[in-house]
Design a protein around this ligand. Structure first.
Ligand SMILES: Nc1ncnc2c1ncn2[C@@H]1O[C@H](COP(=O)(O)OP(=O)(O)OP(=O)(O)O)[C@@H](O)[C@H]1O
Length: 713
């Protein structure tokens, strides 16, 4: 018996449910979540969608609760919108009907009332002017509402992003959800939804208004009635037709992949030249000719496919185009001309009515145009509403996405003072680990115990798994197999925040945050982040001596999150806002870099200072110090000196706390170690003290001798 796959699984190999299409270089897989017949009665699919929207109504309500938290601003906003979009246009249409009546009277040789006629002649243009004034005020006032929403949701996205752990953040599904919550390009989902709802409300009202006005016009005139009907048939047919398929694309699950090596390479070249990040490599490595030559070749080969990144926006565009070119659209052109044909028919059949018919036609055209555009935009709105509501849902739900590293519930430690004074015990029991998305074990069946207060040093080749051990202790990731115990308790049961508060850690792949240098250090212990003296102390311990040379000392930024912009500066300008601008001639919309440059070693000192900040300010909490040797960017001799100095500082600071040092060096550090683990290919091959391992004469002893010999020579 075969077991049916759950509906929630999206399996690109499931040919029964998933359609595969080739779009340029991309493989697109689509699965309709609610498969619909190719044709359904007008409105049926719309009704289904309305039901679905109703289920998600909570998100719309949440959005409007936020809007209504400033009742005055919101009230005025809605009022102006209704006046501009509904009030004035409907009134203007009514004035047109009154003009029509005046004309009908004139045709019948009845004299129109003079004052009324003059009033109509003046009022019509005045209304148009007023309408545009109100619309302008609305667009100005609307900006404040837009910004308020934006403020709220930007803040929410910070929460959403900051709370996600590493494996969850890099998960493709969560990345997609974040992308949806961010919105494509310029329009964020909350804004898209708000405007869609505004359009829908004003659409319904102005449609009702136009219909009422038209009913008044046709009430007493059968010929005009036929004309009105003729004017309405095309938009109604088109709209009903649209309503039968508009939701097809929005209800699909889809995925697109591109395996074309040329395209991937071309995108890689694009990313390489984007921003400053790789500029040094490009310049120093003379990569410019290669990049340009390869780009030319690839663009030539790829043609327009070179610019098709099949993201969510592209998918929407593609789905829209697919629908647009359906055969149903073909007869719409014919429908557009139908009213004129019927007018001709009516005139030929009743020539005496011709003046009235012609006059009515103008008014009816004005009314039907409103109705057509409202119906059309409402048909489209359904689709927009569905799309932006889905995105808004993603935006609201992103803060509830479950992290892959699940929080524990047991407070830790029981006795903070004891932990800070005597350290933490760590035990790995049969731990194996594969990084998400990889099939190779970074750690295999690793077991060890590090006693409280012990200094453990992990040595081994590149890629042997040293850093991975530290990442598992901090629960950046959880083991794929096996268990880790902290002071005898399963690490997964401990509260994550508590656990991490007891650990001072310097990762090898640290990063400098786009914040001031001082804050980068201070955030080692967030409670003291703004404490200038504490920051200076940590900086001094990390031998930072370059702050005076930076423009703004510890307030300088390595990667300034806000760049200055300028345009049309006169030729010869060399600095602006205190920053150098390097250009000749007039440039537009440029950005002056406010970044500060530091050497690799200097940058590392900031990361070291951050870790030391945690050890100094958080001394009463920290029981474990993890140091992943920051070796990159330094020449070996400087590294050795720095390494010894850092080690000395750490030994002084640590007191009796447990310390784990991951290193490539075999020297003073390993000589002092309580236990050394010698690793290769994700396994611990040897363990013991320096004396024991030297006596054993294995891999460790060999490497130690090699390094000693290299250093002496
Ligand atoms: N984020 C990651 N995703 C996938 N694989 C990873 C990731 N980080 C490390 N690896 C792989 O896991 C293995 C162990 O890496 P790890 O960084 O623990 O080694 P290491 O001993 O610290 O190396 P080094 O001495 O170069 O710092 C390596 O094969 C590495 O390629």
């Amino acid at each position: 018996m075969t077991v049916a796959k759950p509906q929630t699984v999206f399996d690109t190999d499931d040919k029964a449910r998933v359609v595969h299409e080739r779009v340029g270089l991309w493989d697109l897989y689509i699965q309709e979540t609610a498969p619909e017949s190719s044709w359904s009665w007008p409105g049926v699919s719309t009704w289904r969608r309305v039901q679905e929207l109703w289920k998600n109504f909570a998100y719309i309500r949440a959005l409007f609760t936020i809007l209504a938290s400033e009742p005055w601003e919101f009230g005025v906003n809605v009022l102006l919108m209704l006046l501009g979009n509904v009030g004035f246009p409907t009134f203007s249409l009514w004035l047109s009907t009154q003009l029509l009546e005046v004309m009908t009277a004139a045709i019948d040789n009845r004299l129109p009332e003079q004052k009324w006629f003059i009033f109509l002649l003046v009022c019509k243009p005045v209304m148009n002017v007023l309408e545009s004034i109100v619309r302008n005020i609305h667009s100005y006032q609307d900006e404040a509402v837009v910004k308020r929403l934006q403020r709220y949701f930007t803040r929410r996205m910070i929460t959403a992003r900051s709370r996600l752990d590493v494996p969850t953040f890099s998960d493709a599904t969560v990345a997609g959800q974040l992308q949806a919550a961010d919105g494509e390009g310029s329009t964020q989902p909350h804004e898209a939804l708000r405007t869609t709802i505004y359009y829908a409300v004003s659409g319904i009202l102005s449609l009702t208004g136009s219909l009422i006005v038209l009913t008044i016009v046709v009430w007493n005139n059968a010929v005009v009635f036929k004309l009105v009907l003729a004017g309405f048939i095309p938009p109604i047919i088109s709209t009903l037709d649209t309503l039968t398929w508009w939701n097809a694309s929005s209800s699909a699950i889809w995925a697109a992949t591109c395996k074309d090596k040329r395209y991937i390479k071309w995108r890689g070249l694009n990313a390489t030249v984007l921003g400053e990040k790789h500029k040094q490599e490009i310049v120093a490595g003379n990569l410019d000719p290669y990049i340009n030559h390869e780009s030319d070749r690839l663009v030539e080969e790829l043609g327009n496919n070179a610019v098709t990144d099949f993201n969510r926006a592209e998918y929407r565009e593609w789905a829209w185009k697919r629908d647009r070119f359906s055969f149903r659209n073909l007869y719409r052109g014919f429908l557009d001309d139908l009213p004129k044909l019927i007018l001709a028919f009516l005139v030929v059949n009743a020539p005496s009515e011709m003046p009235l018919l012609l006059a009515s036609y103008t008014v009816i055209e004005q009314a039907t145009n409103t109705v057509i555009s409202e119906l059309w935009s409402m048909a489209g709105l359904g689709k927009n509403l569905a799309n932006s509501l889905n995105d808004l849902k993603a935006l609201f739900e992103i803060v509830t996405v479950g992290n892959k590293v699940v929080d524990g519930h047991v407070p830790y430690p029981e006795n903070a003072q004891d932990t800070a004074s005597n350290g933490i015990e760590i035990e790995f029991r049969g731990v194996s680990f594969k990084y998400p998305g990889t099939e190779v074990y970074a750690l295999r069946d690793v077991s060890f115990t590090i006693q409280r207060g012990q200094l453990a040093v992990i040595v081994g080749f590149n890629g042997s798994g040293k850093s991975t051990i530290l990442k598992l202790i901090t629960r950046i990731f959880d083991p794929s197999e096996g268990q880790i115990f902290i002071d005898g308790r399963d690490i997964k049961t401990l509260k994550l925040f508590d656990l991490r508060e007891t650990i001072a850690c310097l990762f090898q792949d640290y990063s400098i945050l786009p914040l001031s240098i001082g804050l980068n250090i201070g955030l080692g212990w967030p409670a003291c982040a703004e404490d200038g003296d504490a920051v200076k102390r940590a900086a001094k311990l990390a031998e930072i001596d370059f702050q005076e040379r930076l423009g703004e000392g510890f307030d300088s930024y390595l990667e300034h999150p806000v760049q200055d912009h300028y345009a049309n500066l006169p030729e010869g300008t060399t600095t602006i806002f205190g920053q150098k601008v390097d250009f000749k001639g007039v440039r537009h919309r440029m950005s002056a870099s406010r970044n500060t440059s530091l050497s690799g070693g200097q940058t590392q000192k900031i990361a070291v200072a951050r870790a030391l900040m945690r050890t100094t300010c958080g001394n009463d909490h920290v029981g474990l110090m993890l140091f992943d040797e920051p070796s990159a960017h330094m020449d070996p001799v400087v590294l050795l000196i720095r390494h010894e100095a850092l080690f000395q500082t750490l030994r002084e600071l640590r007191g009796n706390k447990t310390m784990i040092f991951s290193s490539h060096r075999y020297g003073n550090l390993t000589r002092h170690a309580g236990v050394i683990f010698y690793m290769k290919d994700g396994r611990i091959l040897e363990r013991g003290t320096h004396g024991e391992l030297m006596a054993a004469g294995g891999g460790y002893a060999e490497m130690w001798k090699l390094q000693a010999a290299a250093f002496v020579s």
